[in-house]
Design a protein around this ligand. Structure first.
Ligand SMILES: [Zn+2]
Length: 404
């Protein structure tokens, strides 16, 4: 009996692990499907190139998730915990990355005798008043402060240690008469997610790749942009309660974005999403997606809670065969009931993802001057070192940061 219990718990633990590795974001299935369908939203002028490479674009839709196994900097690009920072309209969350760094960087100064203090005291009001408070009682000009952040703080964003050049600090702010021997910067914003900022960065990179007619880059970036835009359409990618862990609803993340699409996306969903459109203001456009997603968070959580209470308990979870393993997943009838109680939200967010991905690609191509892209063979898109590195990291199966 004991032995059987042991094997049962081992099997359960393993299935939980396996289930976990199947269920990140829209799931591998969902992301690939979304990227593939986005190709068909493109206008005639540029659909040819994408159609020629549709397999690459679909297959590589999941690269950003694989990269979460390779670097700790990746996970935060997939979400933003808006509710950590406040409530709509989220004035505490600057829309521009430079403003985020200005508001949330903490510059610590250390004197000769080892005393450490925080130098700048930025707050949201500084954007109005155009001045920044300091711990020394004096204020400085916002423009000078942002200039310092831009040149001295931003470039070290990915560094393990982030020392600040003390001489620069003193020469940039002579009025403060600083007596620091050394200084360093820390920052806590990023760990709550940077998805909308990353979308804008990706849009610029994709545009550049089109300008340079760099086929491999275009394809890689287009595929990855598809991934991040897909994530941005998922309500649970915009909340601190991303897996229902704060409301006793653990597992809801994969239920919403992997299990439901996997059950119904092929058979029940309608994919007439219309043609891709030119995005006039990418920054606003990306933020709107994230805010719309966030507006659904309450429904996603409350409806599932209600369903769990009202649906027969023994008909909620079922066993399912994956590869040669058996895993526990939500039963089809239970998933269908949740889906219809949400009025087709999953389908609608999937459709919106598809259209916005096509629009992002199309916009990058237009902004790059509508380059003519003919490729005769796929030799340029053979697996390279970067692909190998991602696959290798993914096979090792230990993720950096949160798994959702
Ligand atoms: Zn993701």
């Amino acid at each position: 009996m004991k032995r059987r219990l042991f094997f049962l718990s081992l099997a359960l633990a393993f299935s939980a692990f396996l289930f976990q590795s199947f269920t990140i974001d829209w799931g591998f299935f969902g992301h690939r499907r979304i990227n593939r369908l986005a190709v068909f939203t493109l206008p005639a002028e540029c659909i040819g190139f994408f159609k020629q490479n549709i397999d690459y674009i679909s297959e590589h839709a999941v690269d950003p998730d694989k990269r979460r196994y390779a670097t700790k900097h990746e996970a935060v690009r997939h979400y933003i915990d808006l509710d950590h920072w406040g409530t709509a309209p989220f004035d505490e969350v600057p829309r521009k990355w430079i403003d985020v760094m200005a508001l949330y960087s903490i510059v610590h100064g250390i004197t000769a005798n080892g005393d450490t203090s925080i130098l700048f005291l930025p707050d949201v009001e500084m954007f109005e008043s155009k001045t920044v408070k300091t711990s020394l009682g004096k204020t400085i000009e916002l423009a000078a402060y942002k200039d310092f952040i831009y040149h001295e703080i931003l470039p070290s964003y990915y560094e393990e240690e982030r020392p600040v050049d003390c001489a620069k600090l003193k020469s940039n702010f002579p009025s403060l008469n600083l007596n620091f021997e050394s200084a360093y910067v820390s920052e806590e914003f990023s760990s709550y997610g940077i998805l909308p900022y990353h979308l804008l960065k990706m849009q610029k990179k994709l545009t550049k790749a089109f300008e340079q007619k760099n086929i491999k880059s275009i394809l890689r970036l287009a595929a990855e942009m598809g991934h991040y835009l897909g994530d941005a359409h998922v309500p649970l990618h915009t909340t601190e309660n991303y897996n229902g862990q704060l409301t006793d609803q653990i597992g809801i993340h994969a239920f919403w974005e992997s299990r439901i699409p996997e059950l119904f996306a092929d058979t029940d969903y309608d994919y007439f999403v219309g043609q891709a459109e030119y995005i006039e203001k990418p920054q606003e456009y990306f933020w709107d997606i994230v805010f719309t997603s966030h507006s659904y968070v309450d429904s996603v959580l409350l409806i599932e809670k209600r369903m769990k209470e009202s649906f027969p308990k023994d008909a909620q979870m079922c066993y399912d065969d994956r590869l040669d393993r058996t895993v526990q997943v939500q039963c089809k009838a239970f998933a269908a009931a949740y889906q219809s109680a949400m009025n087709g939200m999953v389908e609608q967010r999937m459709q919106a993802s598809i259209k916005s991905i096509g629009s992002s690609w199309y916009t990058a191509w237009v902004d790059a001057g509508q380059p003519k892209l003919d490729i005769q063979s796929d030799s340029n898109i053979a697996k390279d070192a970067e692909d190998e590195k991602l696959d290798e990291a993914y096979r090792r199966n230990s993720i950096f940061g949160r798994s959702h």
